[in-house]
Design a protein around this ligand. Structure first.
Ligand code: PGA
Length: 253
């Protein structure tokens, strides 16, 4: 009923030639081994994006995305990259609001709402990241924290628009730490997110939105995570840098 998605977030890793090698390895293994019902996305650094998008054309299961974009359409914003530029090289997705962007670049929910609008206007599908810190989880306020991120960045959208969003729940305490959320913790939060979306957009719409888990997902824990009814795939950091590991995760449904 909803898309199964495994998206790789390369972050700031791989020089140009290493990135192209990784992309073509992923495309080859996916073409040989992956079922048709899984969508694989590679979110490379901007520099690699145009060429990675060309590689991805060799597979109807592999798509590409950027890791960030400007909230301005164009103009005097030195060093920034626009939604239109990303779209023009053949990318179809863009990660928005990753916790590393929120933390190191002070991205706010309000700014992210603007980026979401711009991405949709240009025809990019946002992979919208949400998730709480360890401190918030320990205080027991993780659900209201995540719901507030969704409210402030996504709840102005129409029913049609929200269905173009992929949500990635990434507890900050599990990112790059080797400490995965348990499959039950992931399921509980994904269910809370879906219920919250249903409250705003209706159950039928909420049931169509893919919610990915991110945070130390690996080949050996993906199966259990993806077996949860509200976990529709993963946003994969470290393990997306090795083609074999990444595709093994995509084969874990
Ligand atoms: P990780 O990163 O898989 O390396 O924990 C996930 C992410 O930050 O998207």
């Amino acid at each position: 009923m909803r898309k199964k998605i495994v998206a790789g977030n390369w972050k700031m890793n791989k020089n140009f030639s290493e990135g192209l090698t990784l992309a073509s390895e992923v495309v080859n293994i996916v073409n040989d081994e992956l079922n048709d019902d899984v969508t694989v996305i590679m979110c490379s650094p901007f520099i690699h994006l145009a060429q990675v998008a060309k590689n991805a054309q060799e597979s109807d299961k592999v798509f590409v995305g950027a890791q960030n974009m400007s909230e301005h359409a164009s103009g005097a914003y030195t060093g920034d990259i626009s939604a239109e530029m990303i779209k023009s090289v053949g990318a179809e997705y863009v990660i928005l609001g990753h916790s590393e962007r929120r933390e190191y670049h002070n991205e706010t929910n309000e700014q992210l709402a603007k980026r979401v609008d711009l991405a949709l206007e240009i025809g990019l599908n946002p992979i919208f990241c949400c998730g709480e810190s360890l401190e918030i989880r320990e205080s027991g306020k993780e659900v209201s924290y995540v719901c507030n991120q969704l409210t402030e960045s996504l709840f102005h959208l129409t029913e049609d628009e929200i269905q173009k969003i992929v949500i990635a729940y990434e507890p900050i305490w599990a990112i790059g730490t080797g400490k995965t959320a348990s499959s039950q913790q992931a399921q509980d939060m994904h269910k809370a997110i879906r219920d919250f979306l249903a409250g705003q957009f209706g159950q039928e719409v909420a049931d169509k939105i893919s919610i990915l888990y991110g945070g130390s997902a690996k080949p050996d824990n993906a199966k259990e995570l993806f077996a949860q009814p509200d976990v529709d795939g993963g946003l994969i950091g470290g393990a997306s840098l090795k083609a074999r590991d990444f595709v093994e995760i995509a084969k874990s449904f």
